[in-house]
Design a protein around this ligand. Structure first.
Ligand SMILES: [Zn+2]
Ligand SMILES: [Zn+2]
Length: 216
C-alpha cells in the first residue's frame, strides 16, 4: 500500500484508488468458489479440515497484499475509518445465500491479548452484523481457556490444530442451541482450525462462518 492518500469526499479517503483496486475480492458468484468453504477454486479447499456441522464459510477478500495490510492496520492501530470501510463491505458483500440466524458469535480472544491489543476485532464485526441483520449477539457464550500461541506462528494445519485444540469452553448448555442456525464471525481465517474448534462445541447446530479475510 503506497503512502499516497487521496483526501477527497470519495470514500474511502485513506487509501488511494490504485491500492484499493489491488484488494483481491473473493467473487460472490458461487461458480468460482467452493460452495461450502468459499475458497476460490484455483486455491486449496478448506473442506477436508471442517467439522460436519459447518454448512458454509465465506470471506470477503484474500488475506494478501493490500488486503493483508489493511487488516494489519486495523488490528494493530485500530484506525476507525478502516472499521467504517469494513462495515460498508459487509453491507455490500454479506453472503446472500446465508439463512436467518438465531445467534451470532464472535471468536473470542484471550483476555491478555485483548489488553495488549485494546479490542477484539471479531467482536466489532459480529456486533455490526448483529445490528445490521437483526441477529441476537452473544459475545460471552464462548470462553477462551488457554492463551494459545498465535495461530500465525504455526507452520501447518496439524500444528494449528494441536495449538488450538480445547482452547475454547462453552459458557452455556449446548442443548439450548439444538437445531439452531449459528453464525460464527472471525476477522481472518487461515486453515479453519480455530472456527472448527468452536463449531465442535455445538454438535447439534448448523454452523455458518463469516470472515473479512481468507488466507487461502
Ligand atoms: Zn496507493
Ligand atoms: Zn471447500
Amino acid at each position: 500500500m503506497c503512502e499516497r492518500n487521496i483526501l477527497s469526499k470519495a470514500y474511502p479517503s485513506w487509501i488511494c484508488k490504485e491500492c484499493l483496486k489491488k484488494i483481491l475480492f473473493i467473487e460472490k458468484r458461487d461458480s468460482q468458489i467452493c460452495f461450502r468453504c468459499g475458497s476460490p477454486l484455483s486455491n486449496r479447499c478448506l473442506c477436508p479440515n471442517l467439522n460436519n456441522n459447518i454448512k458454509m464459510l465465506r470471506g470477503i477478500f484474500i488475506y494478501d497484499g493490500v488486503g493483508r495490510e489493511i487488516i494489519h492496520k486495523w488490528k494493530y492501530s485500530n484506525i476507525y475509518f478502516i472499521k467504517d470501510y469494513f462495515e460498508r463491505l459487509i453491507i455490500r458483500r454479506f453472503p446472500v445465500n446465508y439463512p436467518q440466524f438465531d445467534v451470532v458469535i464472535p471468536i473470542p480472544i484471550h483476555f491478555y491479548k485483548r489488553i495488549t491489543r485494546g479490542f477484539n476485532q471479531s467482536n466489532t464485526l459480529a456486533e455490526f452484523i448483529s445490528k445490521r441483520f437483526r441477529i441476537k449477539y452473544t459475545p460471552n457464550l464462548i470462553l477462551r481457556k488457554r492463551n494459545s500461541k498465535s495461530q500465525s506462528l504455526c507452520k501447518n494445519y496439524k500444528e494449528r490444530e494441536r495449538n488450538i485444540a480445547s482452547a475454547f469452553k462453552l459458557n452455556c448448555n449446548p442443548d439450548n442451541f439444538t437445531n439452531s442456525k449459528i453464525l460464527i464471525v472471525d476477522d481472518i481465517i487461515t486453515s479453519g482450525s480455530t472456527v472448527n474448534e468452536v463449531a465442535k462445541l455445538f454438535p447439534n447446530s448448523e454452523i455458518y462462518i463469516f470472515t473479512m479475510a481468507m488466507a487461502v
